[in-house]
Ligand binder design. Structure first.
Ligand code: SF4
Length: 383
């Protein structure tokens, strides 16, 4: 079967490995572009969340490439994600597009439905091959996240603008091509050394900015207008709080085994938000508090227009900002957002953070301080 799936950051790499490991053909949708978004926005309800619109665009583009079926995650909880797969199925039916949908529901309410779907998907392979496919896909999830995390630091110190991103693309390609777990680990080792040998200015003063928000907008660079790359190239170390491998570990593996423990998140969020509100709303608040306590310079909170859990988080983040004296920039994206507008806001935000640092620096001078901030970092204005 020719299987496709929604595009979401680097997740296409492990998804491809998983699908091919189950003896299907993976039809990776083309990278998200304005065309993808326009296709999705044309056929999805206007009030649907942005990720759903892009998913629809992905499916239509993959269908043009020959896809026969879609692999999609299901969900439960107070946000709309649980309906996504079914709404998407209806939209495709209305369009007369014969794409079969495999919606993998979390097994919290029983294994039978999920087991049936997995049996259908894995009927061509032995249990041993299924385990191998899952191991390889998991190794790739972890590898992609680890490498991206490293680039979030290195990019802020690069001398030649764009060099980190160029090397990252090459490493991701090597991870994508690796057909065993050993080769994936080797690609990561080589990637780390390539990134480490990039010309850098280690003494450069950098700002540190945390990224929180709705998972799809945080992970998909087309939707967030390459936020992390843009900040990094302005000399900002990015501290992203959501990773696909973490999401799988906590929301699928540990949650299924009833070993998921969110107590620390609830404890951090409690003064502002006491309940799970769906999606990553609670995490956005808890992560913002954690980042503020760590002493980052600022936080960017990004969400799709009409995202219910993140609107709740957005309403309480000003209190976090006030209590911890930390600037928080909220960016809401939809199909009408434009790159120039987002970049202008980011530049203004970084300028604000830099001047706050300078203010602290000036005060330290007045007091006879050492010219360092509370984390001991030398203070200067970023490029
Ligand atoms: S988290 Fe937000 S964007 Fe994602 S499905 Fe829920 S409401 Fe929509």
């Amino acid at each position: 079967m020719k299987l496709t799936f929604p595009h979401m950051g680097t997740a296409y790499i492990p998804f491809r490995a998983l699908i091919e490991g189950l003896a299907h053909e993976a039809i990776v949708p083309p990278e998200c572009t304005q065309k993808t978004l326009a296709l999705g926005a044309r056929h999805a309800p206007e009030s649907a969340c942005l990720p759903l619109k892009i998913n629809i665009g992905n499916y239509l583009e993959a269908w043009e490439k020959g896809a026969e079926a879609i692999l999609m995650a299901g969900g439960i909880g107070p946000c709309r994600f649980g309906f996504y797969g079914y709404v998407e199925q209806e939209i495709l039916l209305d369009l007369d597009i014969p794409l079969q949908m495999f919606i993998l529901e979390p097994p919290c309410n029983g294994w039978r439905e999920l087991g049936d779907k997995l049996r259908q998907l894995a009927h061509n392979v032995s249990p041993r091959q299924v385990v191998q496919a899952i191991r390889l896909a998991w190794a790739k999830f972890v590898a992609c996240d680890r490498i991206e995390q490293l680039t979030h630091v290195i990019r802020a110190y690069e001398i030649q603008k764009g060099s980190t991103t160029r090397v990252l693309r090459n490493i991701l390609y090597q991870i994508d091509c690796a057909d065993t777990v050993t080769k994936v680990r080797e690609a990561v080792r080589q990637g780390q050394s390539q990134l480490g040998s990039l010309p850098q200015e280690p003494g450069r003063s950098v700002l540190i900015v945390g990224i929180v928000g709705e998972i799809y907008t945080v992970l998909e660079p087309f939707v967030n207008f390459h936020l992390e790359e843009y900040l990094g190239e302005m000399g900002v170390v990015v501290r992203r709080q959501l990773w696909f491998s973490d999401w799988i570990l906590h929301h699928i593996v540990l949650s299924t085994l009833r070993l998921k423990n969110d107590t620390h998140l609830y404890r951090l969020a409690r003064p502002y938000l006491e309940h799970f509100v769906g999606g990553h709303g609670l995490e956005s608040v808890a992560h913002s508090v954690a980042l503020a306590k760590e002493g980052v310079d600022g936080i960017v909170h990004i969400l799709p227009f009409t995202c219910m859990p993140e609107i709740v988080a957005q309403s309480v983040l000003p209190l976090v900002s006030r209590d911890y004296q930390i600037p928080i920039l909220t960016i809401v994206v939809d199909e009408h957002s434009a790159e120039a507008g987002i970049q202008t806001r980011l530049e203004a935000f970084v300028d604000l953070l830099a001047s706050r640092r300078q203010g602290r620096y000036a005060n330290l001078h007045k007091l006879g301080g050492r010219g360092e901030d509370r984390k001991g970092t030398r203070i200067a204005v970023p490029r």
